[in-house]
Design a protein around this ligand. Structure first.
Ligand code: SF4
Length: 183
C-alpha cells in the first residue's frame, strides 16, 4: 500500500466556529443511524451535555490530515471489502503517529483540549458494550462529529477539503482525518 500524507490547518475564533458548525440535535440524528451508536464511550449517547466539552474556549485550530493513495494502490482493491480494509489500515497507521502529536499540543497549551478521530485506544475493543467503565478516561477525547459538529462543512469552508467516502466500493483518492485543538 502506498500513500502520502499532507496537512492543512487554520485558526478561527471559537465563538464563530461554534455558531457556524455546531448543531448537536441535528448530528445526533446521524449518530443514531450509525452501527457504532452507544458502543464506545467516545460516542453518543452521553451522560453529559456534549456542549460542555467545546464551550469555554477562545480559539480553534482546525486540522485536516489528508491521506492520498497512489493509483496502483487504488487499482489493487478489487472489492468493497478490500477497499474498506485498505482505507481502515491507512487511517489507523496515520492515526498512531498523529494522536501523540495532538496530546503533545494539549500539553504545550495548558487549558486546551483536542478533538480526535473515533476512539480506537483499546485494541481489544471498547468496554462500553459490557457496561464497564472506560479503561483510559484520561486519554479519551471526543471526535468533533460525536459532540455535534459538522465536519463536512467546516473542512470544505475552512480548509478547502471535500471529504470523500466510497460510494461504489472503490478506494477513494483521499481520506481525511479531521481534528482540532480548542484553546
Ligand atoms: S479508551 Fe478504550 S474503553 Fe475508553 S472509550 Fe476508548 S476504546 Fe472505549
Amino acid at each position: 500500500m502506498k500513500y502520502s500524507v499532507t496537512q492543512k490547518e487554520t485558526m478561527i475564533g471559537a465563538a464563530e466556529f461554534i455558531a457556524r458548525y455546531r448543531d448537536v440535535e441535528r448530528f445526533l440524528e446521524y449518530c443514531l443511524q450509525c452501527p457504532g451508536y452507544g458502543k464506545s464511550w467516545g460516542c453518543p449517547p452521553f451522560d453529559f451535555d456534549p456542549c460542555t466539552v467545546s464551550d469555554g474556549f477562545k480559539t480553534v485550530k482546525l486540522m485536516g490530515t489528508i491521506i492520498e493513495f497512489d493509483e496502483a494502490t487504488r487499482a489493487s482493491c478489487k472489492s468493497a471489502e478490500q477497499s474498506a480494509a485498505m482505507g481502515r489500515e491507512a487511517m489507523e497507521e496515520v492515526w498512531k503517529t498523529w494522536l501523540p502529536q495532538l496530546y503533545e499540543m494539549e500539553r504545550e497549551t495548558p487549558g486546551s483540549r483536542c478533538f480526535t478521530f473515533r476512539c480506537v485506544l483499546c485494541p481489544e475493543g471498547c468496554t462500553r458494550p459490557e457496561g464497564k467503565p472506560c479503561r483510559h478516561p484520561e486519554l479519551l477525547r471526543h471526535s468533533l462529529e460525536s459532540v455535534g459538529f459538522d465536519i463536512v462543512a467546516m473542512t470544505r469552508d475552512l480548509l478547502g477539503i471535500e471529504l470523500e467516502w466510497s460510494t461504489d466500493g472503490s478506494l477513494p483518492k483521499h481520506l481525511t482525518l479531521v481534528t482540532a485543538l480548542f484553546s
